[in-house]
Design a protein around this ligand. Structure first.
Ligand code: ADP
Ligand code: MG
Length: 324
């Protein structure tokens, strides 16, 4: 069932087009991510769904109901921001209950929902603390608890983990994904971090300059990018000219051989290693081609390391089947 439907929505800011006509439908219970570089219009799109911004043209539907003219607080959805925006003098539970009070939910029901959401977000032990007695990750959990306590149809999240450090972000990604699956709430998630999008999403909408370049599962986006932009924005890719078109080959699909070896791969090029970058479990090898003014990136896994060094002449091989 379709939960959100964007029909040819557009957004102009003082004459300049930030979102050209864009259509998108998001399914009930789906974790959909808007992924794209800074400035591509992700926040603008989310704010239009939330109702903080009116589309210049087009129409947005929530569960079949047109939202034009419906103010944000009457839309059955909540938004979570990168800044936690908690009330500093209220405890965790007061912060969570605030919205329910505003909506005049009766006390017994409020308490039942509070306990449930505290459990779901692992905040039960921290319920009496104020925001400044919490870490950044815990504060963001409170913001999420507050946003789901009234059982919205949709949760909109704008780079909610953007302010947290790498390790914490990784663990909250999994936590948030599990929470979403358990609750069954439709999530529309914004990030510029492609790894995060890959780890969490059912589907990813890759955005560039206000347009959706590809809407697909993480697997499809990675393995079958539809445009050059998607091929280069998601992960790393080598782009070769091939007649009028261009082909992309992932670094992990490029094999390295001694230059006098005869690889059986369908494609073969000779070159010389210019740089070796150590990355822990793998090394990145930059190879300058002999016959083309171009550098190719290949991965060498430390587990089967041949110990390539800068200056080594190599043959590169890959299979035509790995070209996109
Ligand atoms: P993202 O969230 O992907 O980084 P935004 O949606 O914030 O991108 O911004 C997209 C573009 O719209 C940017 O060029 C930004 O400068 C412009 N923009 C956003 N909000 C406004 C506004 N209120 N007035 C004018 N321009 C805006
Ligand atoms: Mg933004």
């Amino acid at each position: 069932k379709t939960m959100i439907n964007l029909e040819s929505i557009e957004k102009h800011f003082s004459g300049s087009v930030v979102v050209p006509p864009l259509s998108l439908s998001i399914q009930e219970g789906e974790f959909l991510t808007l992924l794209g570089p800074s400035g591509c219009g992700k926040t603008t799109l989310l704010r239009m769904i939330a109702g903080f911004e009116e589309p210049t043209a087009g129409e947005i539907f929530l569960d079949g109901q047109a939202l034009t003219g419906v103010p944000p607080y009457q839309r059955d959805m909540n938004m979570v921001f990168q800044q936690y925006a908690l009330f500093p003098h209220m405890t965790v539970e007061q912060n969570i209950l605030f919205g329910l009070k505003m909506k005049k939910v009766e006390t017994g029901e409020s308490m039942r929902r509070l306990e449930e959401v505290l459990r779901n977000t692992q905040l039960t032990e921290l319920r009496k603390r104020t925001p400044k007695q919490l870490s950044g990750g815990q504060q963001q959990r409170v913001a999420i608890a507050r946003a789901i306590v009234n059982n919205p149809k949709v949760l909109l999240l704008d780079e909610p983990l953007g302010a947290l450090d790498y390790q914490l972000r990784k663990s909250l990604q999994l936590e948030l994904k599990n929470l979403q699956k358990n609750l069954g709430i439709t999530f529309v998630y914004v990030t510029h971090d492609q790894e995060e999008a890959m780890a969490m999403s059912d589907r990813i909408a890759v955005m560039n300059k206000g347009r959706i370049e590809q809407l697909a599962t993480p697997d499809e986006i990675y393995n079958r990018p539809k445009t050059l932009f998607v091929a280069t924005f998601i992960g790393e890719n080598n782009i070769f000219a091939s007649g009028d078109s261009r082909i992309a080959v992932r670094p992990e699909k490029v094999k390295l051989y001694k230059q006098d070896a005869t690889p059986q791969d369908g494609r073969r090029k000779n070159g010389r290693i210019t740089d070796v970058v150590f990355l822990g479990n793998l090394r990145k090898l930059y190879v300058r081609l002999d016959d083309e003014d171009m550098t190719v990136l290949a991965h060498e896994y430390v587990s089967d390391s041949k110990g390539w060094q800068a200056g080594d002449p190599v043959a590169l091989g890959w299979s035509e089947a790995d070209e996109v």
